[in-house]
Design a protein around this ligand. Structure first.
Ligand SMILES: [Zn+2]
Length: 247
């Protein structure tokens, strides 16, 4: 049941009329959730403020409950999204969606490796921080994680992607995987409106080294942490631990 089809993109007719199908598999690609059925897949993105809950089918909707996916067991999957930046899309069986096809590998998968990234970085003069945050290179490296991984790998965020040595890419790939794994273990980051499934706020107990620490002392060398906007994202680094000029 769709109460409000105008999300980031209109919910396709086909999806609105979907009934009597079985969800065979639930998976995730980058920030997209995929509910696979025999006819095709529902592709769901929570946008900025979307959330999903399993509730009793009889529960009356509240203001921003835009979609209910009614299940056979008297429950439903209810989608709430005050800002409506999320999306419910549909792919027919055997079809593809460029939105998903163009995505780089998952950061914690074996496909995200030094060989993959070295090949892509050749001839790319874009800043390494922007490069690793590009979804076509690798998905899931958000701003906090990019800053922290670069610090741990001792690489200056503004260096051109193609200036990194093989060894440096090795460190960086390793640090990206490490920082993300730790964050997952700790339960996510301090996004204002992020909630865990039980409604408690997400928190980031993991100690941040540089992110949000402009003007504070580097935990390694006590130099003041630098800050600059890069591609409209806040960028932090230590001039000493992450030298721009390679010596
Ligand atoms: Zn330092």
């Amino acid at each position: 049941m769709v109460r409000q089809p105008q999300l980031r993109w209109p919910i396709p007719e086909k999806l609105q009329q979907l009934a009597g199908v079985t969800i065979d598999k639930v998976s995730r690609r980058a920030k997209y959730l995929l509910l696979e059925t025999e006819l095709g897949s529902i592709v769901l993105h929570l946008g900025m403020s979307g959330s999903l809950r399993i509730q009793d089918e009889s529960l009356a909707p509240t203001k921003h409950d835009h979609v209910d996916l009614v299940l056979q067991n008297g429950k439903m999957l209810r989608y709430n999204d005050p800002r409506r930046f999320g999306s419910w899309l549909w792919i027919d069986k055997g079809e593809s969606l460029s939105l998903i096809d163009n995505l780089g590998p998952e950061p914690l998968s074996d496909e995200f490796c030094v060989e993959h990234i070295v090949q892509l970085a050749a001839k790319r003069r874009i800043a390494v921080k922007q490069f690793i945050m590009d979804n076509k290179v690798v998905v899931g490296v958000g701003n906090i994680y990019a800053n922290e991984s670069l610090f741990n790998a001792k690489i200056h965020p503004l260096r051109p992607a193609n200036s990194l040595s093989y060894k440096e890419w090795q460190w960086l790939v390793e640090e990206i995987k490490q920082v993300l794994s730790n964050a997952i273990k700790q339960g996510g980051t301090t996004l204002n409106d992020f909630e865990q499934p039980d409604g408690k706020p997400g928190y980031f107990a993991q100690k941040l080294q540089v992110y949000g620490k402009a003007g504070q002392q580097c935990l390694v060398c006590k130099t003041e942490i630098s800050q600059q906007m890069l591609g409209q994202r806040n960028t932090f680094w230590c001039e000493v631990c992450q030298p721009k000029e390679i010596v």
